[in-house]
Design a protein around this ligand. Structure first.
Ligand code: 5AD
Ligand code: SF4
Length: 423
């Protein structure tokens, strides 16, 4: 979502500003920050030293901190770090241009939660996008998982209107986009209003936008298991455009830990959802998030997570050491905290299994011909990068002009990507 937000911020000032290639050349430097884990939030502080040097030379250069670190620590940051000229929280991006204009005279803080005003401002025509584009449809979260800062930094759950989303997607597609990735912190809790002012769920929203003919693929992320309702599961079996891919974070396989995390489901329920999805869409690629070393997680609890991973067989996954975040419920639980060494060991063990699963999953595609949506140039010279409908990255070389979709024969597979030849 930060990647999407950064592009929207840039678009909102495109009449007066342009992007430069290095911070030394900039009049305004913006850090769009993430607060989800300590490691992410710390990045900004390590960057500030570099900016201090630039500001000593370029006296008029302004520094703005946006994103969830701004929301969570903005007031204190601006007091403690005089080089910061403004902080803008994630629900105030419609004020970005205005903030820049004010910086000549004063420091600025925009930390309210005006998601509806922001959504209205987002309706501006988009100019930065690819053949695959992110579209925010929902923001914030009301779930209050015990470890998570999102309800505090992004605010309460709020959904964009169906029409606004439809118009944005239609505009993107008219301009060459073939795939949309619908975004939200709790995206399957989507409940936006349609033109009759009736609330519509995510399945209905997808059914509406998939009528746009030249839109070929749709994905949504990130979902909560409890909002994986029947209609949405059904749609995975019936829609031609919904990618056979789902990122459904489980966090832990231990019912005790899930309860402490306030996830509001147990292992059995999660496995039932997976079962139903696989019945509707047998080739669905499943992805998840895991937290290891949560307070009070015993070796036995951890083994429950390993067991769940082995039962499900994931195609992809993200895993993290538990990180205590100020203001969350779990940060107040100081009993039975797991030491860092133990967390590292558990993480390594878990990742070994997940990496192995990911590799086996990718191996199944060897020598197959896949339709790949071309996203742009790859890191290696002469290579292009595309994506399958199971959301695997495919690198390939091509000597003619690329089409939006290419037919690629997979000749090599690794954990994180596939290598192929154009057919
Ligand atoms: N510590 C570790 N991981 C976290 N996540 C969210 N909050 C924390 C935290 N305090 C992880 C969860 C979530 C993903 C986006 O980040 O797994 O699904
Ligand atoms: Fe955070 Fe996701 Fe839980 Fe919401 S559902 S509180 S975003 S982990």
């Amino acid at each position: 979502m930060n990647s999407y937000d950064s592009d929207r911020l840039l678009e909102s000032i495109k009449d007066t500003h342009e992007q430069v290639v290095s911070p030394e050349m900039a009049d305004v430097i913006v850090f769009n920050t993430c607060h989800i884990r300590e490691k992410a939030a710390e990045k900004i502080y390590s960057e500030l030293g570099k900016i201090k040097k630039i500001k000593k030379i370029n006296l008029d250069t302004k520094l703005i901190i946006t994103g969830c670190v701004a929301q969570a620590e903005g007031r204190a940051m601006i007091k403690r770090q005089p080089i910061i000229d403004a902080v803008i929280g994630p629900q105030m991006y419609h004020k970005f241009k205005n903030v820049i204009d004010q910086l000549k005279h004063k420091k600025v803080m925009e930390l309210d939660f005006q998601s509806n005003e922001k959504f209205k401002a987002l309706q501006n025509k988009r100019s930065i996008f690819n053949r695959s584009a992110f579209v925010t449809i929902q923001e914030g979260c009301d779930k209050f998982c015990s470890f998570c800062v999102v309800p505090f930094t992004r605010g309460a759950e709020s959904s964009r209107k169906v029409n606004d989303i439809y118009n944005e997607v239609e505009y993107l597609v008219e301009n060459g986009c073939k795939e949309v990735v619908l975004l939200g912190q709790n995206v399957n809790a989507y409940h936006g209003l349609n033109y009759k002012n009736e609330e519509v769920n995510l399945a209905r929203l997808i059914s509406t936008i998939e009528k746009i003919e030249d839109l070929k693929r749709i994905t949504y992320t990130t979902s909560h298991p409890n909002d994986m309702h029947e209609e949405l599961i059904q749609l995975h079996g019936s829609s031609d455009k919904l990618n056979p891919y789902l990122h459904l974070p489980v966090q832990s396989g231990s019912d005790k830990i899930l309860k402490l995390m306030n996830r509001k489901y147990n292992k059995k329920l999660y496995l039932q959802i997976i079962d139903k999805l696989r019945k509707k869409c047998p080739d669905i690629a499943l992805s998840s998030d895991f937290i290891v070393g949560y307070p009070e997680e015993t070796k036995k609890d951890f083994q429950e997570t390993i067991k769940l991973i082995k039962e499900v067989e994931f195609a992809q996954a993200y895993s993290f050491k538990y990180s205590s975040r100020l203001g969350t419920k779990s940060s107040r639980n100081n009993s039975n905290n797991i030491c860092d060494q133990e967390k590292n060991e558990r993480l390594q063990k878990l990742q070994e299994i997940l990496n192995h699963q990911q590799k086996s999953y990718n191996n199944k595609f060897l020598l197959k011909n896949l339709k790949v949506l071309v996203k742009g140039k790859a890191k290696k010279k002469n290579q292009y990068r595309g994506i399958t409908k199971w959301m695997q990255v495919v690198n390939f070389e091509i000597s003619r002009e690329v089409n939006s979709f290419e037919n690629i024969k997979i000749i090599k597979s690794s954990n994180n990507s596939l290598l192929g030849e154009v057919q």
